[in-house]
Write a protein that binds this ligand. Structure first.
Ligand SMILES: NC(=O)c1ccc[n+]([C@@H]2O[C@H](COP(=O)([O-])OP(=O)(O)OC[C@H]3O[C@@H](n4cnc5c(N)ncnc54)[C@H](O)[C@@H]3O)[C@@H](O)[C@H]2O)c1
Length: 351
């Protein structure tokens, strides 16, 4: 039993807990939504646990990858639910990474004006971030998360065993958000993470990250102020993600965020919010864990272009969440284009 056990978000050691929760409710039908990888690696474990609890379900599969987080996939899922006469007491269980929990939550939130859904995240990124906090939605046109709503899962069950089959790159992508949680909220946690060796994260560390995210979200569920702290690293990170996607050399979200955190830490130095030794600490630590792509000076204008499109901007200024110390963040900080270029140059510095 852990301290998250009685809450809507639970870390579990036995997947039968999911079955027990469903069995205790009065759902007319249960659908498990998977992608092609979680179908192979995760569904068999959940299936055994649900059958043990006499919970029977249909499953729906979508292709793996961000391209499934779109309106046409939603339409085909809504079509399947309608054809099966799924009613308002239907439950959808989202079994997958952040792509799948964002998609499945949005499908559930809109179907018949909203049916219940559970999140059972299977990637580290989804466990500590995407499946927590009620943001759900899809990409539209070339814009990420352009269409969406805030809707909390009825329950979120974290089963860390799923991480065993997660590819290394996806594991480290999740670690990008774990490092972010430490940098914005907990200096001791940052010190602890610095001494990680190789691919490992403990149950306690997963719980710590979830708690940091939950705490921030509960204080500001609709991102009017404090929730923006979670955007640290994301202004430059999203620009890098979009730029490399356009070049057809996609980089994982957490790697882009880690590079974004280094550059945004440098902007924090330029705005006298943190010291240069604090920046060095951030850069040296993250460099140790992540392989970053090369970005040449000639590419900076295109990155700036993406930052100018960022939906977090206000009054034509590029808006950042910056560090005010290791373990603390400050929101709504505007930086000039020159300060952004200086930060990119300091970190990437290639001709
Ligand atoms: N809603 C939010 O607050 C929020 C926050 C952060 C990110 N996100 C979203 O999350 C998405 C990224 O999440 P992600 O990195 O988990 O991506 P993802 O869902 O695409 O998963 C990454 C890859 O890992 C595979 N996978 C997942 N679990 C596995 C397992 N246990 N074993 C083997 N393979 C497994 C998936 O099939 C996929 O190929 C993006 O769409 C992003 O916008 C949402």
């Amino acid at each position: 039993m852990n301290s998250l056990q009685s809450e809507k978000v639970q870390i579990i050691k036995d997947l039968r807990v999911v079955g027990q929760s469903i069995a205790a409710s009065n759902y007319s039908q249960v659908y498990v939504l998977v992608d092609e990888n979680t179908n192979i690696h995760c569904l068999p474990l959940l299936q055994d646990a649900l059958v043990d609890e006499e919970v029977y379900f249909f499953y729906l599969e979508v292709p793996a990858g961000e391209q499934s987080k779109d309106i046409s996939t939603c339409a085909s899922l809504w079509e399947s639910l309608s054809e099966d006469n799924a009613d308002r007491k239907t439950l959808i269980v989202n079994l997958g990474g952040g792509m799948l929990t964002d998609l499945g939550a949005f499908v559930a939130a809109c179907y018949k004006r909203g049916i219940d859904f559970y999140n059972v995240p299977t990637s580290l990124l989804a466990m500590v971030d995407a499946a927590i906090g009620g943001k759900c939605g899809i990409d539209f046109g070339n814009y990420k998360n352009q269409i969406g709503v805030f809707q909390e899962a009825q329950k979120t069950f974290i089963f860390p065993e799923f991480l065993k089959t997660l590819p290394d790159t996806e594991f480290w992508s999740g670690m990008g958000e774990v490092f972010k949680h430490a940098l914005i909220a907990d200096a001791d946690y940052w010190s602890q993470l610095k001494s990680l060796s190789g691919r490992s994260i403990s149950m306690d560390q997963i719980e710590k990250s979830i708690r940091i995210k939950q705490h921030i979200v509960e204080a500001d569920p609709k991102e009017r102020g404090g929730r923006k702290k979670l955007n640290f690293g994301h202004t430059i990170g999203h620009a890098m993600e979009s730029y490399f996607l356009e070049k057809e050399k996609p980089i994982p979200h957490g790697f882009a965020v880690a590079a974004g955190m280094i550059c945004e830490a440098h902007i924090s130095v330029q705005l006298n919010l943190i010291s240069l030794p604090e920046y060095d600490d951030v850069e040296e630590t993250l460099n140790q864990f992540f392989d970053f792509p090369t970005v040449k000076k000639s590419e900076f204008p295109e990155l700036l272009h993406f930052m100018q499109q960022d939906k977090k901007n206000e009054n034509d200024q590029i808006n950042f969440t910056l560090l005010s110390s290791i373990g603390n963040a400050t929101v709504n900080q505007a930086a000039t284009e020159q300060q952004i270029i200086t930060a990119l140059d300091y970190f990437f510095g290639y001709e």
